[in-house]
Each structure stands twice: as C-alpha cells, then as structure tokens.
Design a protein around this ligand. Structure first.
Ligand SMILES: CC(C)(COP(=O)(O)OP(=O)(O)OC[C@H]1O[C@@H](n2cnc3c(N)ncnc32)[C@H](O)[C@@H]1OP(=O)(O)O)[C@@H](O)C(=O)NCCC(=O)NCCS
Length: 279
C-alpha cells in the first residue's frame, strides 16, 4: 500500500472543521512532522537557489494542527530548586487553565538544534525553529517559532529573534551563517540578515524600519512581499534621524534609524572574535 505523503495528510487534517477531526490520527501525523523537524529533515522555511527565503506553508499548518489536537497536561520537569520553605513554587493544575511552559531554558518539540549548538540559560527556542551547528544562543535570548538560524551565529544575551506561525505563508526571520546578533537586539517580521553581517548591541529591525547604508549611500526597507534585508557583511549600529518638520521638529525629536557604518573588516573580525572567546 502506498502511503500518502505527510504534506497531503497534514493539509487534509488541517482543513477539517472542528468536531470532525479524528484527533488520534491527526496527532500521529503531527508527531511525524515534529520528528522530521527535530531531525532537520524538513524546515519551516527554505532558501531558493536565488537566495530568497520562503515559508513552507504545509509545515506551519502542521505545527498549528499540533496546537489544535493538543490538550493541557501536567509536565514533570527534571529541574530541582532549593528555597525558603515558606515560598515554595506554585503547583499549577490543568484545572487552573494556565499554561506554564517548562524550564528556565526550553527547546520546544519540533525545533531542530544541530549538534555543537550552545544554549546558555535561560533561553527559549520555539517550535519550527532551525538552528545550525556551532551557533550560540546566549542568556535571555529568544529564537521564535520557525526562525531560521545559520551556522556559527552568535545570538547574544537578551537578543530576540521574532517568530511567526500565522499566516502560514509568512516568511520567518532568517539569520544566515556567521552573523553576530549583539546584545538586546530585536529582529522581527521576516527580516533577513545575510551571512557575516554584524548587528551591534541594541539594533531593532522590523518591516517598518528603514536602514541607512552610509557606505553604499542607500536605504533598505521592506516593501510589499519583500522583507527587510541586511546585506552580507554589513555592520549595523543603532542610530537616529531627526524629524525635519512640524511639531516633532520643534520638539527636536528623532526616530530610531539603524545605520550601516561599514562592511566587515579585520577590526570587526577581531571585535567579534573577542566575543567568541567569552564562550
Ligand atoms: C559592531 C561592533 C562589533 C564593532 O565593530 P567594529 O568593526 O570594531 O566597529 P568600529 O569600532 O570600527 O566602528 C565603526 C563606526 O561605528 C561606530 N560604532 C561601533 N559600534 C557602535 C555601536 N555599538 N553603537 C553606535 N556606534 C557604533 C563607531 O563609533 C565607528 O564610528 P566612527 O568611524 O564615526 O568613529 C561592536 O560595537 C558591537 O556592537 N559588538 C557586539 C557587542 C555585544 O552585543 N556583545 C554581546 C555579548 S553577550
């Protein structure tokens, strides 16, 4: 008997209205999907030969199906704590109807984390994320759902890599190989950071953020279906631009405006190598 491909089965279950879904079979299907994601056999987004990145809608549909067929359970963790007996941790029950996701650090089912990745607590890797070998995810960092992280990336302390599950065709954030994402950075809404780029501490990138390139004298911005893209080897630092007219100008206000001050050189390599010694 030929087996229906996983993508087709997922799409079929995902399109069934509530109440008609045979949750046992659908759950089995979701299990197969999550196993394949964890092995890195399939990904929530793929790089085409022209370098563009596209979401894989059926994979994201399958992840969402996993939430639909899931029910609340009490999960036993392996962590142990010691504290004053008067202040024990609250023990939540299913009937509290509060979801407490386990662990100071958690790698959620359905995320691929390659051998050689270092995870510093606390950090969180959400479902569908793909993290390639040699990458470091530092304390208080988030790798959001379906985010794609390359090899030897440093996601510094408190950096937030946004995730996206819905809409299913929305491309996730992509951080390519050898990027340094500095402390407290935020990369959101499908932004692509090309290989070897450096985001200095505190840079925040969204679909609405214009990025000013001092070297090439141009401005990068998301446009329609095209996400914001940081060019290969760009060094981006947090900047501002003055409001030129109206009341904002009278108040001498400025807006945040990330600036590409240079493209990676030996000095940048040294600065980022020093960071890697701290590992
Ligand atoms: C970007 C970084 C790697 C420096 O790279 P570099 O190639 O050595 O940069 P340079 O010192 O040559 O700086 C180039 C220009 O950018 C400016 N610049 C550099 N870093 C900056 C920053 N973080 N904010 C604002 N401006 C910055 C410099 O003043 C310089 O401008 P100038 O030529 O007008 O003087 C470093 O500043 C950085 O942010 N490192 C990440 C730190 C971090 O988050 N660590 C995490 C540990 S968990």
């Amino acid at each position: 008997m030929t087996r229906v491909p996983l993508a087709e089965r997922i799409d079929e279950y995902a399109s069934m209205p509530a109440g008609t879904l045979a949750s046992g079979e659908a759950e089995h299907c979701v299990g197969e999907l999550l196993d394949a994601l964890e092995r890195g056999d399939i990904r929530a987004a793929e790089r085409a030969t022209d370098g563009s990145w596209r979401a894989v809608p059926w994979v994201k549909r399958g992840i969402l199906l996993g939430f639909r067929v899931g029910h609340l359970v009490e999960m036993e963790g392996t962590l142990s704590f010691v504290d004053k007996h008067t202040y024990p941790t609250r023990r939540m029950r299913v009937e509290d109807n509060v979801r407490v996701v386990p662990g100071g650090s958690s790698i959620r089912r359905g995320a691929y984390v390659a051998p050689g990745v270092v995870c510093m607590p606390p950090m969180y890797v959400n479902v569908g994320a793909y993290i390639d070998s040699g990458t470091m995810v530092d304390s208080h960092a988030l790798v959001g759902s379906c985010a794609q992280i390359g090899k030897r990336v440093h996601i510094s302390a408190a950096a937030q890599i946004g995730g996206v599950l819905e809409p299913v065709n929305a491309a996730p954030v992509v951080i390519e190989d050898d990027v340094l994402v500095g402390g407290n950075c935020g990369v959101y809404e499908g932004t692509i950071v090309r290989a070897r780029a450096v985001l200095a501490a505190g840079v925040v990138l969204t679909r609405g953020t214009p990025v000013f390139d001092l070297v090439r004298e141009t401005v990068y911005k998301a446009n329609g279906e095209v996400p914001l893209e940081i060019p290969e080897a760009a060094v981006v630092v947090p900047g501002t631009r003055a409001i030129k007219s109206g009341w904002g100008a009278e108040q001498q206000l400025g807006l945040q405006a990330p600036v590409i001050v240079k493209y990676r050189d030996e000095k940048t390599d040294l600065a980022t190598t020093l960071e890697s010694w701290l590992r």
